[in-house]
Ligand binder design. Structure first.
Ligand code: UDP
Ligand code: MG
Length: 351
């Protein structure tokens, strides 16, 4: 068994590669034990690869943090990062990635919708030299037709508005190499759309199809209100086309108004004047509507600029267990000795 890299301070001792598994958790008490057992089984099955599991408790109001604290007590490879309140899924992921020290980082939901077993396939692709391996949802079990449908429309709108190639039907379930993580950490923008940021970074990326399973327990933490906000974040962080659309709409309506004005003048000279209340009302409402849409679009962007300029930290950590980070050592490539990605072998674990 390769040595853990925190157990030695000698520069000459070979140390295994480390995989960090980042898990955002918001009120998931009923599924955590099953998640931990299944994930642990997968991680123990990979010889030559050390692991740490970082649970980010995103302000849960149930017993999630206590359950994770129990894992921390019984397993030195588990860490708990407790945020001071609920900051949202994307920020929770960011906090976990910031704290991760692995040579590769996997982000996975705590509800077992992303099967931990897929991590083995991620690792294989990473060994082949890919920097990002993301899961593509082949099927979505147990999600409402409306959710699947709205998600699919959103991804397609996003694709048509954004020049960057953000793959469709892909969530945040993915593996990232250390260099991708470092670049991601340098991106401190607020209204985060992490999967878009990772696409933006580039390097060698590949998608793997997987079956998205039913939630093991509890309910989705993404009500439609949050989904719409998330969709807007995705679009406004990567595209200014809506702003251009506002301008185009402005030009189009001006053009129509001009043509109509011409026809009104002609009619006046021909002595054909109608008391057109209906026409005026329709024109008024239409123009008013277009103007409000344009103002709204401007507002979306200005609101985000306002948020950025405040320069607040992205999140606040309440506490971290174990609190002593030195117990975990610091990543140092020169200490990696003879271990490389080639030394990782998958041997299915037996119970
Ligand atoms: N989550 C979080 N903070 C939130 C909402 C969700 O950390 O404000 C976590 C949640 O516990 C889960 C993951 O993010 O592990 C995905 O959330 P969820 O399953 O509710 O989203 P869905 O899969 O329905 O899109
Ligand atoms: Mg889920």
């Amino acid at each position: 068994m390769p040595q853990r890299w925190d157990e030695s301070n000698s520069p000459n001792v070979a140390v295994a590669l480390l995989l960090s598994v980042v898990v955002p958790v918001y009120n998931e008490k009923d599924g955590l034990q099953e998640f931990y057992d299944r994930t642990k089984r997968v991680l123990l099955g990979m010889a030559g690869l050390e692991h740490e599991i970082i649970f980010v408790d995103d302000g849960s109001s149930d017993a999630s943090a206590d359950i994770i604290a129990q894992f921390v007590r019984q397993d030195v490879r588990v860490r708990l990062l407790k945020l001071s309140r609920n900051f949202g899924h994307q920020i929770a992921i960011t906090a976990g990635i910031d704290a991760a020290r692995g040579d590769a980082v996997v982000v996975i939901d705590a509800d077992l919708q992303d099967p931990p077993e897929v991590i083995v396939r991620f690792i294989e692709k990473w060994q082949e030299g890919y920097d990002v391996v993301y899961g593509m949802r082949e099927t979505r079990d147990g999600e409402t037709v409306l959710k699947v449908w709205t998600a699919s429309i959103f991804y397609r709108i996003l694709k048509s508005l954004v020049s960057l190639d953000i793959p469709v039907d892909v969530g945040d379930f993915r593996l990232m190499s250390r260099r991708v993580v470092e670049h991601l950490k340098a991106m401190q923008e607020r209204d985060r759309f992490v999967r878009g940021l990772v696409s933006w970074i580039g390097f060698r990326q590949i998608g793997l199809l997987y079956r998205r399973e039913k939630r093991y327990a509890g309910e989705t933490k993404y009500p439609y209100r949050k989904m719409i906000r998330f969709a807007l974040d995705g679009i406004t962080s990567f595209s200014s086309i809506p702003l251009k659309m506002a301008t185009i709409m402005g030009y189009l309506t001006s053009l129509i108004a001009f043509a109509y004005a011409c026809s009104v003048i002609v009619q006046k000279f021909m002595g054909y004047t109608v008391q057109g209340w209906a026409t005026i009302m329709v024109g008024l409402l239409f123009l008013g509507g277009v103007q409000l849409i344009c103002l709204g679009i401007l507002g979306e962007y200005i609101g985000r600029i306002f948020n950025e300029t405040k320069g607040r930290p992205l999140y606040i950590v309440d506490c971290e267990t174990p609190s002593d980070r030195s117990r975990w050592g610091t990543p140092d490539q020169s200490r990696r000795g003879s271990f490389s990605k080639d030394s990782i072998q998958h041997r299915p674990a037996t119970d």
